[in-house]
Design a binder for this molecule. Structure first.
Ligand code: ATP
Ligand code: DNN
Ligand code: MG
Length: 212
């Protein structure tokens, strides 16, 4: 499979969905959130559809939609189901595809499987979304170590937040990864603003060949 990216993060709430929306718009790609846990505040797919200004046909249905905003292993238990990783197969689509995990790499899907196990199986380049605030160096380097341990291909790191050049630099140096760019925190989060800011802060050639 080509022109497909997995988006993970150092934590839940780092801004994966907002970054995914920006990338989905920039690439004119499809978007897939395999496991959505928590439905009451809207789903990540709905957010991406709105912020990417994407046609709904480009939003692929989730494999699992779980009602409780918790770790998927627990959300699925609460819903009386269980997540079968064999159902987490990236869809065949006629264009680029952006896939978003839930939380970070070691978030459990069950008592046996974490997201990183599925990513290792897929062998799709991963973009690690990470904060720029204090504490992120440790979280980011740990996440990189976890990916290397499982031989997961890493495209690079997408920083989210205020500029912090030393932090970005030491992560690239010690982690041996490239910085793809930095998405600032936007006071007004609209599709138009997000599109502009993404184009100003990311070089699309880093997402090699992914432009339709
Ligand atoms: N660049 C940004 N500018 C402004 N607000 C942002 C930005 N990135 C994220 N946010 C806000 O931070 C919150 C968390 O972001 P987001 O939902 O993208 O996190 P996530 O990493 O996708 O979390 P999850 O693990 O639940 O999928 C949301 O309210 C979102 O609107
Ligand atoms: C509910 C949340 N927004 C995500 N969908 C799931 C985050 C799981 C995090 C689990 C953990 O690392 O403790
Ligand atoms: Mg999200």
């Amino acid at each position: 499979m080509t022109e497909t990216f997995v988006i993970t993060g150092t934590d839940t709430g780092v801004g994966k969905t907002v970054f995914a929306a920006a990338l989905t718009n920039a690439l004119g790609s499809y978007y897939w959130k395999p496991v959505q846990s928590g439905l009451d505040d809207g789903t990540d797919s709905q957010t991406v559809c709105r912020l990417a200004d994407a046609p709904s046909e480009r939003i692929v249905a989730e494999a699992y939609k779980l009602s409780t905003p918790a770790s998927p292993h627990l959300s699925s238990r609460i819903d009386g189901t269980s997540i079968d990783p064999r159902r987490l197969v990236p869809p065949n689509v006629d264009g680029p595809l952006v896939i978003e995990g839930a939380g970070g790499l070691l978030v459990p899907l069950s008592e046996r499987t974490v997201f990183a196990d599925v990513f290792a199986e897929w062998q799709i380049p991963v973009i690690l979304c990470t904060r720029t605030t204090l504490g992120t160096i440790n979280h980011t380097l740990l996440s990189i170590e976890a990916m290397r341990h499982r031989a997961i291909p890493i495209l690079g790191v997408a920083f989210i937040g205020d500029e912090n050049l030393e932090t970005e630099s030491i992560i690239s140096t010690l982690g041996g990864v490239r910085s793809l760019g930095r998405l600032p925190l936007l006071r007004s989060l609209t599709a138009t603003r997000l599109r502009r800011v993404f184009h100003d802060n990311f070089d699309l050639t880093a997402f090699a060949g992914a432009r339709p």
